[in-house]
Design a protein around this ligand. Structure first.
Ligand code: M6R
Length: 366
């Protein structure tokens, strides 16, 4: 049942080229520059005129929401707020009939996310679901939705469900941009052509496994770990930190790289591994100065870099290469080595990878 892998988590990490391909099937037409999302088709006109989107979710799904915010604002130019379902539901938030709420949930059973949906629905908002488990409770109470089709995820730590959520949100951002006319057809042709190749690039990113395993040996006894990223690399940092803490029980924090100097920099010394998303995109130079700040305080830097990078390699203690891509698709690739890192560290520490202590696959109590 684990298909020859030692754990479901590893199997699910390796399934990602396929699960993302499944998620895109019948939804993208790269040559025509067209995205089709049957599940929200009846709301296509409404999407032309919405003022605001609110994304509600918990845990890893909330991290996917942050990537969604970045993409929807960038391409569809619609303001997005990303809320923890548990905070949103108790805050008497301002919601109107004009709002679209996107609820993201792998299981489709998370109690706080369900309650947030019920509340927004009562106030007249349109609710879209992004769920993995077909026919679960959340897809039944939403007005429309797009399934992630990642297949069953058994490991408590979300891996392939996360990348499928990010893929769906990417498709939603492009779909909304297409409806609103905020993206040209030629740009969409270009982006969809690249997206179509992302499963192959994930396959390449998975080849970092051996180097990641070797790095894991060095850091398995760390007590703390910092993850830094900028732009859409920031949610990736948050997700990397969550994976590490939930399955290896190492204290980890994700931070926007520039926020480091507003506090966490005080923690940095030779005992503190700092994982930095330092791929070649718009914030590359800025991230390089953040790495210098860490090195000046004797921190140990593990950098996720673009294939062929030379700059970061001069500074970082360890580098893990991923294929080059547009910034839009960076989260899908940069997440892969971080999943592997948390996996190997947890295995080396003798942790129960698929069933970490105190955690359940779906959190149906608030
Ligand atoms: O099923 P959901 O996506 O609603 O679950 C939300 C969180 O409980 C979940 O993502 C949790 O954080 C995972 N264990 C993360 O790996």
């Amino acid at each position: 049942e684990k298909g020859g892998y030692d754990h479901f988590m590893l199997k699910e990490i390796y399934e990602q080229p396929r699960s993302i391909r499944d998620c895109m099937r019948g939804r993208i037409y790269p040559e025509e520059g067209k995205v089709q999302l049957g599940g929200i088709k009846e709301f296509a006109d409404k999407l032309k005129n919405i003022d605001r989107i609110i994304i509600v979710a918990c845990g890893t799904s909330w991290h996917a929401g942050l990537v969604g915010e970045y993409l929807i604002e960038e391409y569809a130019r619609i303001p997005v707020e990303v809320e923890y379902a548990s905070e949103f539901r108790y805050r008497n938030p301002i919601i109107t009939e004009k709002d679209v709420v996107i609820a993201i949930s792998q299981s489709g059973e998370t109690a706080d996310t369900m309650a947030a949906i019920e509340m927004a629905k009562e106030k007249g908002a349109t609710i879209f679901g992004v769920c993995n488990v077909v026919g679960a409770s959340i897809p039944r109470i939403t007005h429309a939705g797009v399934y992630t089709h990642a297949g069953p995820e058994i490991g408590v730590a979300s891996t392939k469900a996360f990348t499928a959520q990010v893929t769906v949100l990417t498709l939603m951002a492009f779909y909304m941009a297409q409806q609103k006319g905020t993206i040209s057809n030629s740009k969409l042709v270009e982006l969809l052509t690249e997206l179509d190749c992302i499963p192959d690039k994930i396959q390449v990113a998975l080849q970092s496994n051996d180097i990641v395993k070797a790095i894991s040996e060095k850091f398995k006894d760390s007590r703390n770990c910092l993850f830094l990223g900028r732009g859409s690399g920031f949610p990736v940092a948050l997700e990397g930190a969550l994976k590490l803490k939930e399955i290896s029980y190492i204290h980890a924090e994700g931070y926007p790289a520039a926020e480091m100097k507003h506090g966490p920099i005080a923690l940095i010394d030779e005992e503190m591994p700092v994982v930095v998303i330092a791929t070649k995109n718009s914030s590359y130079e800025k991230v390089i100065s953040n790495i210098q700040e860490v090195k000046a305080r004797k921190g140990v830097v593990i950098a996720i870099v673009t294939e062929g990078d030379t700059e970061v390699k001069k500074m970082a203690d360890y580098c893990i290469e991923i294929p080059d891509s547009s910034e839009a698709f960076l989260p899908l690739l940069a997440t892969i080595p971080l999943q592997l890192l948390s996996y190997h560290i947890a295995v080396l520490r003798g942790c129960n990878v698929d069933q970490p202590r105190n955690l359940a696959k779906s959190v149906t109590v608030e």
